[in-house]
Design a protein. Sequence first.
Lengths: 114, 251
Amino acid sequence: MSERTMAPARGGPPDRPVYGPAPSNLADVLERVLDKGIVIAGDIQVNLLDIELLTVKIRLLVVSVDKAAELGIDWWRTDPMLSSEAKDRELANENERLRARLRELESAPSENGQ
Amino acid sequence: MSATARYMFAVARDLDVAQLSGARGFQGAALETVEHEGLAAVVCDVDLAEFGEEPLIRNLEDLDWVEHVARTHNDVVWRVAAVSTCAPLRLVTVCADDESVRDKVDSLRSGLEGVLDRIEGRQEWSVKVLVAPRSGGEPSPDTPATSGADYLRRKREASDRRRDLSVDAMRIAREVHDLAHAHAVASRRLAPQDPRLTGRPEAMVLNGAYLVEADARDAFEAAVHAAGEQHPAVTVEVEGPWPAYSFAVLE
């Protein structure tokens, strides 16, 4: 299955790159063929496929986050550099802080007035 | 005999179809090319009973099927990349016939040319940084906590230890990434991989993809290996060269 004839034998152009072996690690293969590469909408309904591919991806790739949390290694969730979820949460937190402050300020005059 | 369609693996430039002779796609089907103004789509026949819309929905839920198709797809891309400048397509791009393949290539022509220009003479490298799970764990106390305060203190200490290690691992990951990036023309940080798929217990703190000029590969590899030696607390792995999947993306 994985027999690959390397670049044009002796007589071929000398400047062609010789590739390393294909990754045996399934995660390396899947994250590239499912997630990267050129997306062309084929004639087979692609919207539907995206949803199905997504479920496969979630099962395979996102599960690691919970697994890691179980092991106590969940710090990237809260690192905005690494996690969009953390970025969202950061925004949500800031939002909440601002709302609280606003409530405080809005209620202030009536307190003063008493 | 059931109906067939055309499965697209990649779009290539400077591809001499004779160099693919003997290469096979799915179910032993021969690889063919559909040429369009200097670009060649690499295709093979597939059975609609397997790659039609409804069968695909079922099949994509089957990890064994996905693995087989992914590896076959990947092997073909590898083979094409070895003899041309090649932009891999995402898995299961299926068209009705050659006419439709040509239409798709035509409609994305300038984008495809742009991608091929970007990756020509360059390859993708993978750099991963892994941390052993125990290093983040809690040492099991040999004596039970003497009080609530003691319990809380121990919890806090364990959590501090974990954070220190995490901060270290994160800093190392960033250092390795910056270093690799300095030897590359482009880079991307991908999501860490599931230990069940890698078959390894370590936590991945860097899963980087780097687009490297063919003649810069020695410098790139040397730099990443040196970074690995500087940080014995983590495992630094470098693999490549691979076809430039992570950089073959249309804007």
